[in-house]
Write a protein that binds this ligand. Structure first.
Ligand code: ASP
Ligand code: MG
Length: 401
């Protein structure tokens, strides 16, 4: 049995936290499993290091930033090895490159290409607990890289996949994945299980639980994940291909405030107009989410779509630049919207799910601006002042009080 366990920054923030985590690791090891531990940098260290770099040279090269940021995780792993040694257990810490994490060369946002497992396997063979620095790797030419903020989850899944681990546990300061954010809906319930697809929908909509790339990788390689708490000893939420909870229609509700809407009014009603608009967005690397085309008036139509708030300025500027080429009367933007979505693999086989959601919104008199659906998701765009009320109403409709 091999278990990969990942602990985030808040779980290794100080000596007390590190000792607590060491005890969880020790229990797993003593219960007979081989253990690979992946750690984030302590607390807010990554942010602090970025700030320190800014003080010295704003916009410093990404190579040097990665060199600096990689030190955070390195501190965590060395301290954890010591904490385990203090408990009388054999442990060895490794940097990303010592653990064979090979990445592309895009500093600050590198991708894991492959993991060479010899070194880790040799240490496991010697019955040592292997503690690997998350978030970092090495390029073919020997440069240290980091793999994007929050990347330690992905390091853990990559190791679990290449070591064929039985389970990859992601320890967090929450007890698992909930039916809604408990800060908004106090009666939100922890889910026992959720599918990769559902988790991806929830994560990409701001459920803030798991790094999306980690879930994608877990799905691709069939790595069974468990999201659980490092503060209380309770089973968490299992993320896997299929769940047995097919009778439940929806698994969760998510809210995404990082959204802005652009409306193009009075476009010509002819072929190629949508192509011109979205080719432009693609060329500027702007991700488009919900798209709505409406009938408009004679010979003209309107197209509205949403982008991330941070992309709004760029999208607006691009469209105004090409106003002549695209041809529209008016460009209208809104920055006070929010997307609320329900997600559930069970939707595929049940009817009335969308209607129930809309009824919940009607009950609290929330107006819907846009709707989009997929096989396992229904999203609505509403005014952001209504977001929490909407989430609570929808939660009550599907999960009761
Ligand atoms: N320490 C890195 C960050 O804060 C990586 C991680 O936490 O997963 O983004
Ligand atoms: Mg961190």
């Amino acid at each position: 049995m091999l278990t990969v366990q990942k602990y985030g920054g808040s779980s290794v923030a100080d000596a007390k936290c590190i000792k607590r985590v060491a005890n969880i690791v020790a229990d797993t090891y003593r219960n007979g499993s081989d253990v690979v531990v992946v750690l984030s940098a302590p607390g807010d260290m990554t942010d602090d290091l970025i700030e320190r770099a800014e003080e010295i040279l704003p916009g410093a090269s990404r190579r040097e930033l990665d060199m600096l940021l990689a030190t955070g995780e390195q501190q965590s792993v060395a301290l954890m090895a010591m904490a385990l040694e203090a408990l009388g257990l054999p442990a060895v810490s490794m940097t990303g490159w010592q653990a064979g994490i090979h990445t592309t060369s895009r500093f600050g946002d590198a991708r894991i290409r492959n993991v060479t497992t010899e070194h880790v396997l040799a240490e496991l063979e010697r019955k040592r607990i292997v503690i690997v620095a998350g978030f970092q790797g090495i390029t073919n030419s020997g440069e240290i890289t980091t793999i994007g903020r929050g990347g330690s989850d992905t390091t853990a899944v990559a190791l679990a996949a290449s070591l064929h681990a039985d389970l990859c546990q992601i320890y967090k300061d929450v007890e698992g994945v909930y039916t809604a954010n408990p800060r908004i809906v106090p009666e939100a319930k922890k889910l026992d299980e959720i599918t990769y697809d559902e988790m991806l929908e929830l994560a990409s909509m701001g459920a803030e639980v798991l790094h999306n790339r980690a879930v994608e990788m877990a799905r691709k390689y069939g790595v069974k994940l468990e999201v659980r708490s490092s503060f209380v000893s309770k089973p968490g939420t299992i993320v896997k291909e299929k769940t047995k909870m097919e009778e439940t229609k929806i698994s969760g509700i998510a809210k995404d405030s990082n959204i802005a809407r652009i409306a193009l009014v009075g476009l010509r009603d002819e072929p190629g107009v949508a192509f011109k608009v979205f080719r432009l967005m693609a060329a500027r690397k702007i991700n488009v989410d919900i798209i709505l085309q409406s009938i408009g008036r004679e010979n003209s139509k309107d197209i509205s779509f949403t982008v991330a708030k941070s992309d709004l300025k760029a999208a607006e500027a691009a469209l105004l630049d090409e106003r002549e080429i695209i041809g529209f009367d008016k460009l209208d933007v809104s920055n006070t919207l929010c997307k609320v979505s329900i997600v559930g693999a069970g939707m595929i086989n049940s009817s009335g799910v969308a209607a129930a959601m809309f009824e919940a919104l009607f009950d609290v008199a929330v107006n819907i601006h846009m709707i989009s659906t997929s096989e396992i998701k229904v999203s609505v765009l509403i005014d952001d002042v209504n977001a929490d009320v909407a989430v609570r109403a929808i939660h009550k409709k599907f999960f009761g009080e």
